[in-house]
Design a binder for this molecule. Structure first.
Ligand SMILES: Cc1cc2nc3c(=O)[nH]c(=O)nc-3n(C[C@H](O)[C@H](O)[C@H](O)COP(=O)(O)OP(=O)(O)OC[C@H]3O[C@@H](n4cnc5c(N)ncnc54)[C@H](O)[C@@H]3O)c2cc1C
Ligand code: SF4
Length: 512
């Protein structure tokens, strides 16, 4: 009997309740899952990023087989070379289904490429809605139409009203939408003390097999696998969420922006990869946090700060990706064109803050939000690095990296490459910010208070240079006018000295 539907499940669509399975009939339909080496080579992926995807896919395929459903699973060993679309085309030709079913992919290029592969194979395509998200792409477009400037805060309130999450009737639970003033402290001189250890999931036999394949086929890719303990099944993802709710949610909000050398995870949840693979859903994550507040296990400020990340930032970022693509991938508002220094791939730099953030990234495939935004991202902005090179690095090195969430965060947030379509100002800061939020500067050869001279902090010099270069634009915006006023207070000779020092730094970024 000919195959009715071939249901393609992509590596970041591992949701057992996915709309891809609506109406699935094991007697007439079949599932296809494909491991493609090309996906780890398109950007030079961290080994842990490849392992988390492939291990989670293999576990998911086993769970589908456990339902008695037929699965064609293409491993790296079946074809060690080849891109995803090429391999899907190969299976379309071999299986000759009447229709290819797939949930809308998270990457724009892939949606178009799958459509044309199916057209070439002469089969129909059914792209189904991704019900993982709180709002559909069309819902976001409708919301966005009402605004000249897109602001996350308004979107977040809209989602809360639509979903009833953290609401009491029509009012925000607890009486306020936003508790930012109570969040975002630093650890002070004494540091974080003892942070509760996170639940880890040491590699099982399936993961170890994937690790061996990755070492075999991608030996030169960056990153370590030694500490790999990410959740790769739904059960593990739920356990990771519960561990966060029980042990770290209470202090999440207060310390969400703080950094401390050698402490990669602090009070963060470590669930972004599980969410992006769709092992967890945003609603259940937000509801678990809200329940902890209602049961008196965590304070409202912290819970609101966390819910904001899940149903605010994450959903907003996905919406702007689809709204702004493909333009966002090429956007370069400031015309930056310098190369990413080689030490982004080794962590071998004298700048203690960058060394720590990049070092833990290569070790775990993880850095938290402020490290990504205000350490490595800040360097990319101030050192005038080509946004495409920066975006490739971020897509390569994090276990949670998928384009729909990575690109808007990098191009839109960290680099202001799309000229502020959804942020009100560039996230520019001097070394003083990092000094306030961490202990990095005390172990650094540079001094965050100095703009010029041998020991001047490169971020501080480049921050003043950034203001100097973009004085007219930044002076004209109410959000950055004060920074420019401070610049204008500098004596002319100091401004000139900053220009000279910045030029020297920019010409030798590899040596910093
Ligand atoms: C330059 C840059 C690049 C980033 N690239 C990615 C990426 O490729 N993939 C990714 O999932 N996140 C990305 N983020 C967002 C954020 O840094 C990570 O989601 C977070 O660090 C993951 O760790 P966690 O699970 O411990 O998060 P927590 O700090 O505990 O936050 C909880 C959850 O909120 C969500 N979240 C928080 N901030 C954001 C945000 N800005 N955008 C989307 N979701 C958010 C995540 O799902 C996260 O798991 C990026 C941020 C920046 C500034
Ligand atoms: S002095 Fe500058 S480069 Fe060094 S850790 Fe502080 S902010 Fe980073």
């Amino acid at each position: 009997m000919s195959l009715r539907k071939l249901v393609l499940v992509l590596g970041d669509q591992l949701d057992g309740g996915s709309s891809a399975f609506d109406g699935f009939d094991p007697a007439q339909d079949r599932i296809l899952m494909v491991e493609a080496l090309g996906e780890s080579q398109r950007v030079w992926s961290h080994k842990a990023r490849t392992v988390i995807f492939l291990s989670a896919m293999r576990h998911f395929a086993d769970a589908l087989r456990g339902r008695g459903w037929p699965v064609t699973y293409h491993t790296l060993d079946d074809t060690p070379q080849g891109g995803l679309v090429e391999l899907v085309a190969h299976h379309l030709a071999a299986l000759r289904p009447r229709a290819l079913v797939c949930v809308e992919p998270g990457e724009q290029w892939l949606e178009a490429a799958l459509q044309s592969a199916a057209a070439e194979a002469g089969c129909a395509v059914e792209l189904r809605l991704d019900t993982h998200f709180m709002l559909s792409r069309a819902d976001f477009m409708r919301w966005a139409r009402g605004y000249k400037q897109l602001r996350m805060e308004f979107f977040y309130r809209h989602v809360r009203k639509q979903t009833g999450i953290l609401m009491d009737g029509d009012e925000p639970a607890g009486g306020a939408w936003n508790y930012d003033a109570e969040n975002r402290a630093s650890f002070g001189k004494h540091g974080p003390g003892l942070v509760p250890a996170h639940a880890g999931f040491p590699p099982d036999a399936v993961t170890r097999e994937v690790m061996a394949a990755v070492q075999r086929y991608l030996p030169d890719n960056p990153g370590s696998l030694e500490d790999f303990d990410w959740p790769v099944t739904r059960e593990q993802a739920l356990a990771a969420l519960q561990d966060f709710i029980d042990n770290r949610l209470e202090l999440f909000g207060r310390y969400q922006d703080a950094m401390w050398a050698g402490q990669p995870f602090l009070y963060h949840a470590r669930i972004s990869a599980a969410l992006n693979l769709k092992l967890l859903g945003p609603r259940e994550v937000a509801e678990a946090a809200v329940a902890a507040w209602r049961e008196g296990k965590a304070g409202l400020a912290s819970v609101e700060g966390f819910v904001r990340q899940i149903i605010g930032w994450r959903e907003f970022i996905r919406g702007v990706y689809w709204l702004e693509m493909p333009g966002m991938a090429a956007a370069n508002h400031f015309g930056h064109a310098r190369d990413l220094p080689g030490w982004f791939w080794t962590g071998d730099t004298h700048m203690a803050c960058q060394r720590d953030a990049i070092g833990q990234t290569l070790r775990f495939g993880y850095a938290h939000h402020i490290q990504r935004l205000m350490v490595t991202g800040l360097f990319g902005l101030l050192a005038e690095i080509d946004p495409r090179q920066v975006a490739h690095w971020y897509l390569a090195v994090y276990v949670d990296a998928v384009e729909w969430v990575e690109l808007p965060n990098v191009a839109g947030m960290a680099l202001f490459a799309n000229g502020g379509r959804f942020t009100s100002k560039p996230y520019a800061a001097s070394g003083a910010y990092i000094q306030r939020m961490s202990n990095h500067c005390s172990a650094c050869r540079y001094d965050p208070a100095k703009k010029t001279g041998d020991s001047a902090c490169p971020l501080t010099t480049l921050y003043w240079h950034f203001l100097d270069r973009h004085e007219a634009e930044l002076g004209g915006s109410p959000r950055t006018a004060l920074m420019v006023k401070n610049l204008q207070r500098l004596p002319a000779e100091e401004r000139e000295a900053v220009r000279v020092q910045a030029q020297m730094l920019l010409e030798r970024l590899e040596d910093l």
